[in-house]
Ligand binder design. Structure first.
Ligand code: NOJ
Ligand code: NOJ
Length: 426
């Protein structure tokens, strides 16, 4: 078939499958608009506009890093001046928070959240949280790759990464990578800010940050740093393997023993989120990994039981953080609920799994049934959020939204799932 005809055919099927997708282009624009409302002009991103009950009006390093990874991905695909401006504002914001005075006794790089003025949050909190610099570094490494492709190495060397050991010159990405490379062994708080210890989620994002960072270091002729990041990533990989539990045949969120909430078999949706955030090619674990599959299967079974709302959705149960969660979006010690982030992560998972089955030449029936799971999740999300505002949680009994309103991460998770749906269309 000639290339031209193939292109025409490809366009045709893209447009017909676009029609078949759960969210329409105008709806996707609305979701993006709601997300952008939380991105401030100084580069800070509020986790939610909610200033009380609960107060989420801060820039959480994790939420922002995950958000900017999506922006960098968009920019990679199509560098537009508008996205460029947002990413550069995030670079400036990152400089501010990396240089702001730390809380006594703590390293500012392990701080989970900042006031939108750029000052570090100084109330009591679970600190350090070491996934933040990894996620931020990863987002900006992606941005750097695209800039280098576009021959913009001056901006990269001046702001993102330079082969120097002087913190004033090395750039925001290298500062994050240095922190990750030197601190990944430290105990710290998990992404849910509750458990102190060694976490699969944190190690996975640290691993990917170092692997990608080593590539960037190579491109910028920083050979020693590249070697160091690779060496640490290998050691990290060994440490990640400790989370694969041969007894349960699933993945442990935190290595026991640890304080804080105790989770059945250390099950937690953070495992899946980590797998999704790790880029395909360099991830230590594919999405088809049997341990991951078992982890998701067990979580699905438990949540189907735990949340009565799931009687409505027996084939695609809404997902929460972990069985027995007691955070209701306002206080702990209550009844936990399904979350948009984690329900959307399930959609993304099935779409990407379907695409990988297809690539491996698996049976059409498996490819389609897996994709259909993803679609069911998207349809449920649409049904629960008809005005396309997404809060943090979904009440476990009646399906109304609760917790922080218009949560940045909820939109990001849903937009990622929608992209995955698009990519898995023929
Ligand atoms: C407890 C929750 O479980 C945690 O995830 C949250 O970040 C804090 N409270 C603050 O709201
Ligand atoms: C609570 C979540 O547990 C945490 O992961 C998140 O960073 C903050 N909320 C802000 O959205």
């Amino acid at each position: 078939m000639s290339k031209k005809i193939r292109n025409i055919l490809c366009c045709l099927c893209l447009s017909s499958s676009a029609l078949a997708s759960v969210f329409q282009p105008e709806e996707i624009q609305t979701l993006k608009k709601h997300l952008l409302a939380n991105v401030l002009s100084n580069g800070a991103i509020v986790a939610s506009p909610s200033k009380q009950h609960p107060d989420y009006y801060y820039d959480w390093v994790r939420d922002s890093g995950i958000t900017m990874s999506l922006f960098a991905h968009w920019y990679e695909r199509k560098p537009s001046p508008n996205l460029r401006k947002r990413l550069q504002q995030y670079v400036e914001w990152t400089k501010t928070v990396q240089n702001t005075p730390a809380n006594p006794g703590f390293d500012v790089f392990g701080e989970p959240k900042f006031y939108v003025s750029g000052k570090v949050y100084n109330g009591p909190w679970g600190r350090p949280q070491n996934d933040g610099p990894a996620l931020r570094g990863l987002a900006l490494t992606r941005f750097a790759f695209r800039l280098l492709e576009d021959k913009e190495s001056d901006y990269v060397r001046k702001n993102l990464y330079a082969s120097s050991m002087d913190t004033r010159e090395m750039g925001v990405v290298k500062r994050d990578l240095e922190y990750v490379a030197h601190h990944w062994r430290d105990d710290n708080f998990d992404l849910w800010e509750e458990v102190y210890g060694q976490h699969f989620f944190t190690k996975m994002v640290q691993y990917i940050a170092l692997v990608q960072g080593a590539k960037l270091a190579d491109l910028l002729d920083d050979k020693d740093a590249a070697r160091f990041y690779r060496q640490e990533s290998l050691a990290l990989n060994n440490s990640i393997l400790k989370h694969f539990d041969p007894n349960t045949r699933s993945i442990a969120a935190t290595l026991p023993p640890h304080e804080g909430p105790q989770k059945t078999d250390e099950l937690d949706m953070a495992i899946l989120v980590a797998a999704l955030l790790a880029e395909d090619n360099d991830s230590p674990m594919s999405l088809a990994n049997p341990y991951l599959k078992q982890t998701v299967a067990k979580l699905t079974t438990v949540f189907a039981e735990e949340y009565s709302i799931n009687q409505r959705y027996p084939n695609a149960p809404l997902m929460g953080r972990y069985p027995g969660d007691t955070y209701d979006g306002y206080n702990t010690g209550k009844l936990g609920n399904p979350w948009f982030i984690l329900t959307a992560a399930s959609a993304e998972y099935y779409f990407r799994l379907s695409a990988s089955y297809k690539q491996q030449g698996a049976a059409q029936k498996l490819v389609l049934s897996t994709k259909s799971k993803g679609e069911q999740y998207l349809k449920i999300i649409k049904e629960l959020a008809p005005d396309l505002y997404l809060d943090e949680q979904i009440n476990r009994d009646n399906g109304t939204m609760q917790g922080a309103n218009s949560l940045t991460w909820s939109y990001v998770a849903l937009l990622r799932a929608i992209e995955a749906e698009y990519n898995c269309n023929p």
